[in-house]
Design a protein around this ligand. Structure first.
Ligand code: NI
Length: 395
């Protein structure tokens, strides 16, 4: 049976998956600058005899072709790392100090290379094409996904499905989490500048204090989330950076703030932008100051297409065992995989990479983040199985 063949190949390839992952982990690169990463992937694809083309700067579009006829399925891995100093001391610690694969994109790439090799070895056993999308810059707006799509990775022909996965340290290795519909939030970056008139802190009546205005704005904007949003639609507003560069006895002219707004519904997202801006500007004006409210729109809501996700869930149960496929809870992080779902049927699931028995493992984006590498053959084999099931070739 093809399922058993895939499982066996995935296990056989496990050492090379670990080697790929460690090699990539040692050489992390920041978003849009994944040159060495890209070179490594291209060399590996050449070794595997899989044709590829460069797309979107450092991105790669490769194809594993089976027998003639059949459809096209796309599989995606992201490539970039984060500006984090790796705290752990594994033998494969980052050699690029200050940059770290703390979001597991090294595992996504290694897993997809494994999937590619499995599919190439089975290319006589299926009809159709599996497209491999190695995408740069998931971590930094405007992201690499939209760029890859603009460069045609979902055209000629449009794939029937785009599948992606993301490592999840809180889920034990061997499991995946998946759900239809909304999985991840939209994300927008807010930059707020509040202008008053600075002066001596002992003479507030002579000044317009932007610090007090900013305090009101921060508190009031939370009401957009708590009082104006539909309580059944998750929304988050957080300001992580507030700069009032005065002194003990100096009221500054200006306060700047940066924050993030996330939600799970596009209509509400647009409306919330209008309401937040209006509220902040109104408060500042009523207190004699001015507010500039800039919104940089990030990734859209990630929605798993219902029918595809139901089918992928069935495939995952067959491949991993029914008890190893759990329901994902909506997650307020954001992912530019969401853009693929705007152009094609798409499904994104979470791959368990937690070590068994470890409670509260370091989270994604933590300097101590690491994975149970046993997840690599799981991810590689599962993606191969899902792709072949979607192509209708698994007997
Ligand atoms: Ni990530």
């Amino acid at each position: 049976m093809l399922k058993e063949q895939i499982r066996r190949l995935a296990e056989e390839l496990a050492p090379s998956l670990v080697a790929d992952r460690r090699r990539l982990h040692r050489l992390p690169e920041l978003s849009f600058r994944e040159e060495n990463t890209s070179s490594y992937l291209k060399a590996r694809l050449d070794e595997l005899g899989i044709p590829w083309q460069a797309r979107a700067g450092t991105g790669i579009l490769a194809e594993v072709r089976g027998r003639p006829g059949g459809g096209t399925i796309a599989l995606r891995a992201d490539m970039d790392a984060l500006p984090i100093v790796e705290a752990g001391q594994p033998s494969y610690r980052s050699l690029n100090e200050g940059v770290m694969h703390a979001c597991g994109h090294d595992a996504h790439m290694a897993s997809l290379l494994g999937t590619a090799e499995i599919l190439r070895r089975l290319s006589g056993a299926f009809c159709g094409t599996v497209r491999l999308i190695f995408q740069p810059a998931e971590e930094l707006l405007p992201g690499g996904a939209a760029w890859m799509i603009r460069e045609g990775v979902l055209e000629d022909p449009r794939p029937e499905a785009v599948i992606g996965q993301h490592v999840m340290p809180a889920l034990e290795c061997g499991y995946i989490a998946i759900c239809p519909g909304r999985l991840m939030a939209s994300m927008d970056e807010l930059s707020v500048t509040i202008r008053g008139r600075g002066g001596h802190a002992a003479q507030p009546a002579s000044n317009i204090d932007p610090v007090v205005i900013a305090a009101h704005v921060i508190v009031a904007l939370q009401q957009v989330v708590s009082r104006q949003a539909d309580p059944t639609v998750p929304s988050v507003l957080s300001f992580g950076r507030v700069i009032a560069d005065g002194a003990i006895n100096v009221i500054p002219d200006v306060v700047t703030m940066k924050g993030t707004f996330r939600t799970m519904e596009e209509g509400w997202r647009r409306e919330a932008h209008v309401r937040m801006r209006r509220m902040a500007e109104g408060i500042a004006e009523s207190m004699g100051g001015q507010c500039m409210f800039d919104i940089a729109c990030g990734y859209p809501v990630l929605i798993n297409e219902q029918r595809l996700t139901a089918a992928v869930t069935v495939s995952a149960r067959e491949y991993l065992g029914a008890d190893r496929v759990v329901e994902a809870r909506p997650w307020m992080a954001s992912e530019d995989f969401a853009w693929y779902g705007r152009s094609a049927d798409a499904c994104f699931y979470l791959l368990g990479t937690g070590h068994a028995g470890v409670v509260n493992p370091p989270s994604l984006h933590s300097p101590n983040f690491d994975i149970d590498e046993g997840a690599l053959p799981v991810g590689a084999g599962l993606m191969a199985y899902i792709a072949l099931e979607r192509l209708g070739c698994v007997s």
